[in-house]
Design a protein around this ligand. Structure first.
Ligand SMILES: C[C@@H](O)[C@H](NC(=O)OP(=O)(O)OC[C@H]1O[C@@H](n2cnc3c(N)ncnc32)[C@H](O)[C@@H]1O)C(=O)O
Ligand SMILES: [Fe+2]
Length: 523
């Protein structure tokens, strides 16, 4: 089958022809380059109107035979651009008299990595202009395991470069400048597998305004943002028990990010695949490749139903083109358990947890995070138990060695034994600690231990004190995301969890949770 792909969600007017028998991909791209500032939606749409016909013509003339389907980016992206591309794709499908395939651009960023790597069931880190998220596959959908709570990765960097007067796109310029810079500290914000870039961006602009050399700010920016992305990727691998990682999106072209991810993957015995640069930034090749898989599975769309969707999320797409899911890996049963950030050994009913240095992080950042988290974990584990929530009793703390010794609790992780009563008790526990102004920070199903109906909260390393409803709601969001990422039928569990939280906690937190879920991520 030969598929014509068309991409034009933001800056790349691109067309490609993919032949699934030879696996050849021909791509022709004409980028939009704003003269000043960022991407202007109307200018970008004007660029699409001018450039799409000629890139399509070039792609078609490179095709070695007739086209069997036309695939196009249906969203997410800039509305005015999407409309131009949608119109062109419909007209082409009709004039060539072939079927039409509407592709989710974010799923395409992911699938190109899975396709090129040959991996079975990778976790995917998508880092592009308007997005940043970690996806895993479960029961016929790509699940968002974690994502930015505000700006996309590329847009965050581009906002900083606009502030310092550099032209769009800023990513490559920051990469170059960072090579000559010294690391500076910037806010590091990870909540479970979600993360935020807005605090870093304000701090980076402020540092520049205060006279810190732009090279140093660039270095700090990269080290901080990419360490966050690497950390959440590692958490996603750990939570899902998978050992394959692919990346996608324009920011994944950054060599420092690739280096950090490779180091993390090597150290945990996982495989990383970075697609060729031509498949990373926006390109129609990834649209054509996914289009071919979808067309082969019968996922075509009638012209009258092929409207665009500027907020199209990857988890809205029913994934019908993949073969069955490979079996979930068994849990780690050895004595030494390598979690996402610590090495845990169990002996004589005691657990020793050592936060090992992460060599992918800058040493200063690594030192700061291990120290802060060890101190917070000791303090909050203790305070939560005093508030009446089962947590392990603390036996020893060595901050210099980033090591804690606590009592062994529970028989297994909640991940491997989810059930209604247990998630209800987690709802009660979170309501209790929130009542004391304690935020857990990472309440995933792996950070809850179960013993019969009883549940224990462990691993308060990302926790802190706050009475802000947003912070409390994020705890609920993180827990629900992890239920959705690991349970076969998550929705009844989510309801039971929320019901128990509602009975014991504050309604305002649940209202805020709805606000978090409804928030547009495409800034
Ligand atoms: C919705 C869609 O239109 C959007 N696409 C998009 O943003 O284009 P993409 O090509 O995936 O990514 C562009 C971003 O990638 C950044 N970028 C490019 N090269 C970079 C580098 N070497 N280091 C860091 N960032 C880089 C640019 O600064 C820009 O922000 C998306 O996927 O979110
Ligand atoms: Fe993109």
């Amino acid at each position: 089958m030969r598929v014509l792909g068309i991409e034009g969600t933001a800056w790349a007017a691109s067309a490609a022809v993919y032949d699934n028998e030879t696996d050849d991909v021909f791509i022709e791209t004409d980028p939009y380059q704003p003269e000043s500032g960022g991407i202007h939606p109307r200018e970008a749409a004007e660029h699409m109107r001018e450039a799409i016909p000629s890139v399509v013509e070039t792609a078609l003339s490179a095709a070695t035979g007739p086209i069997d389907a036309v695939a196009f980016s249906r969203g997410p992206g800039l509305g005015p651009c999407l409309r131009v591309v949608g119109t062109a794709a419909r007209a082409l499908a009709q004039s060539l008299d072939v079927s039409l395939v509407g592709v989710n651009h974010m799923v395409a960023h992911l699938e190109i990595g899975r396709h090129r790597s040959g991996f079975d069931s990778p976790v995917c880190l998508n880092v592009s202009g308007a997005n940043a998220h970690v996806l895993g596959y479960r029961n016929g959908r790509y699940r968002v395991l974690g994502e930015t709570m505000d700006t996309g990765a590329g847009n965050a960097i581009d906002k900083f470069t606009r502030h310092v007067g550099w032209t769009h796109p800023g990513g490559p310029k920051v990469e170059e400048a960072a090579n000559d810079g010294e690391y500076v500290d910037l806010p590091y914000v990870v909540k479970g597998m979600d993360f935020s870039f807005s605090g870093i961006m304000s701090a980076a602009k402020q540092a520049y305004d205060d006279g810190v050399p732009v090279e140093d700010v660039s270095r700090g920016l990269q080290e901080t943002m990419f360490a966050m992305l690497t950390e959440v990727s590692e958490r996603a691998l750990s939570l899902t028990g998978r050992d394959e990682l692919v990346v996608g999106g324009g920011v994944a072209q950054n060599e420092r990010l690739q280096e950090m991810l490779r180091e993390m993957a090597d150290q945990r015995g996982a495989n990383l695949h970075v697609p060729d640069p031509r498949f990373l930034g926006d390109n129609a090749g990834m649209i054509a490749v996914l289009g071919a898989m979808m067309a082969a599975a019968g996922e075509t769309v009638a012209v009258e139903d092929s409207g665009i969707d500027a907020d199209y999320r990857p988890d809205q797409v029913p994934v019908t083109w993949r073969p069955g899911e490979p079996p979930a890996p068994g849990g780690d049963r050895s004595d030494e358990i390598r979690g996402a950030e610590a090495v845990v050994t169990v002996e004589d009913g005691l657990v020793t947890k050592r936060r090992v240095p992460k060599t992918y992080r800058h040493p200063a950042l690594d030192e700061r995070l291990r120290r802060e988290r060890t101190v917070e974990e000791a303090r909050l584990t203790h305070d939560a138990r005093r508030a009446g929530v089962p947590t392990p009793v603390l036996r020893d703390v060595d901050v210099r060695e980033s090591t804690l010794v606590v009592e062994f609790v529970g028989e297994r992780d909640l991940r491997d034994a989810v059930g209604t009563t247990r998630v209800q008790s987690v709802g009660e526990h979170l309501a209790t600690i929130h009542g004391e102004g304690i935020v857990h920070g990472d309440p995933t199903t792996r950070n809850v231990r179960v013993d019969g109906p009883r549940t224990y909260l462990i691993d308060f390393g990302l926790g802190y004190y706050s009475r802000d409803v947003e912070d409390h709601a994020m705890d609920l969001h993180v827990f629900e995301q992890s239920l959705r990422g690991t349970a076969d039928e998550p929705e009844p569990l989510v309801s039971a969890f929320e019901g128990a939280y509602a009975d014991a906690g504050q309604d305002a937190v649940l209202d805020q949770l709805r606000a978090i879920e409804g928030r547009g991520r495409y800034q």
